[in-house]
Design a protein. Structure first.
Length: 199
């Protein structure tokens, strides 16, 4: 199968997986139900993803890749660190509270093996936080930030940006946010962070 055809079919399967997950929950999201929704064969899903956990792991990886890519491109480019951090905020927050992220976190909570939660942690905070830390360390080297512990500085920023908003979205206690509200919250988080850590 040609790569572009496979990519198109994978996108349809993954869209179907989200739809089935929303309708039936993680326990009810069988590979057969997803295959039917995607108009694909059950055999194709097992060949490509291994099992249901493998399929949802693939969703997690795809969801996390965009923020990781933006950070890596920024670190490799000529963007000023603080500009990169500020531009990242709305995209990171949007990703963390998106309907797909909410569904994946609900699936992880319902996964009795704990495998999905481990992948979300590994590909989420454990991957993104060190990259944010590199951005902050570069800003410190350029004389724009002052902090003792990179880990604490990253934690402070993420707490200001996300707080308990993601978990409230996951448990249904916070409504979806419009893009303007996400940008406003991200800008406020950045402003508060700069008050505490600006040189």
């Amino acid at each position: 199968m040609r790569d572009e055809n496979k990519a198109t079919r994978q996108e349809k399967i993954e869209q179907a997986a989200y739809a089935v997950l929303e309708a039936k929950g993680y326990a009810g999201a069988s590979m057969l139900a997803i295959a039917k929704a995607a108009k694909a064969s059950n055999e194709t899903l097992y060949n490509w993803y291994g099992d249901k956990t493998g399929l949802f792991k693939a969703l997690v990886l795809r969801n996390a890749e965009q923020v990781k890519q933006q950070l890596e491109e920024g670190l490799d480019g000529n963007a000023r660190p603080l500009e990169l951090l500020q531009s990242l905020g709305p995209r990171l927050l949007s990703l963390l509270i998106s309907p797909r992220a909410v569904q994946l976190n609900r699936a992880a909570a319902a996964d009795p093996t704990g495998e999905l939660g481990a992948v979300i942690s590994e590909r989420g905070r454990e991957t993104v936080a060190p990259l944010i830390g590199k951005v902050m360390e570069r800003a410190r080297l350029e004389g724009d930030l002052v902090f003792d512990s990179t880990e604490e500085a990253v934690g402070l920023y993420l707490n200001l940006l996300v707080g308990d908003l993601q978990i409230r979205r996951v448990i249904g206690r916070a409504p979806p946010m419009e893009e303007a509200a996400i940008t406003q919250r991200a800008n406020q988080a950045f402003a508060h962070f700069m008050k505490l850590c600006a040189a």
